[in-house]
Design a protein around this ligand. Sequence first.
Ligand SMILES: Cc1cc2nc3c(=O)[nH]c(=O)nc-3n(C[C@H](O)[C@H](O)[C@H](O)COP(=O)(O)OP(=O)(O)OC[C@H]3O[C@@H](n4cnc5c(N)ncnc54)[C@H](O)[C@@H]3O)c2cc1C
Ligand code: FES
Length: 279
Amino acid sequence: MAKILEKQVLRSDLVTAKIAAPEIAKSAKAGQFVVIRVDEHGERIPLSLAAINPEEGTLGLIVMTVGVTSSKFAALNVGDEVLDVAGPMGHCTPIENYGRVALVGGGFGAAPMYPIGKALKAAGNTVTSIIGARSADLLIYEKELGEFSDQVLVSTDDGSKGHKGLVTEVLKDEIEKNGVDWVMAIGPAIMMKFVSLTTQPYNVKTFVSLNPIMVDGTGMCGACRVSVGGKTMFGCTDGPDFDGHQVDWDLLMSRQRSYLDEEKVAMENYQCNCVPSAK
Ligand SMILES: Cc1cc2nc3c(=O)[nH]c(=O)nc-3n(C[C@H](O)[C@H](O)[C@H](O)COP(=O)(O)OP(=O)(O)OC[C@H]3O[C@@H](n4cnc5c(N)ncnc54)[C@H](O)[C@@H]3O)c2cc1C
Ligand code: FES
């Protein structure tokens, strides 16, 4: 059991929570994730670490509501408990002094970028954080990333803040104007694919945090298979970070859609309260 100590609703589809998980917080590193089960009817879902505080014994999580389990998590309040939290899982992001690094966050991705960016800054890098959203009111983590970034660049689809357009245009501009030695992207697969396609012609090493469907998170079930450089890898035990230039993006995205029909039915049942969870 892990108690929710703090909760904040960032947007209608995004909540952050601080949970008590002292054993995990002791050994977790930026870039790793946990697998949680909200209640006894729930499935196991992986969530990245948006904050790690070993002194306090707490972890920060961010959850985007896309289906039943994420909606159940978002409905929890301070004082409620998550049934189980397993971790830390996966490899941590390799933190080195690369020189000029650019971090690109989309969707919930700006939050797990926070501990990674902080560690990269502490390692001596010049850090540019790039975040994007449809409009200014949907941007998250601009202030938090500003705590350590040398600059935070923003793009919005409607031009209500920063560059009008896509994060990839901002990234391309930054590579051409100032030069970038290393890129990390976290967010929807489609965004990470286009970040990788943007950096490839410039030969800038690009790490992406992949989000295939995971079940056990320990390399046993094979649900998280991805193809990287023509080799089959497990997102949970070989990743979650991979070289974005080597990822078979179309395969990843088609595997992410494997259970769409079942997920739709489960969400309809959850919303009409017919059964606790159809999963
Ligand atoms: C390493 C990793 C870290 C992640 N970190 C975060 C995070 O910090 N915040 C966040 O909001 N989301 C994160 N995700 C995605 C998150 O796990 C899914 O959104 C969640 O599992 C959806 O479950 P659901 O029941 O709410 O939705 P469902 O209706 O079950 O699924 C909606 C979509 O989510 C994806 N999904 C479903 N089940 C899983 C699963 N077990 N594992 C992975 N993806 C799944 C599928 O693409 C699916 O189509 C991460 C995924 C991975 C692999
Ligand atoms: S989640 Fe089962 S092998 Fe990776």
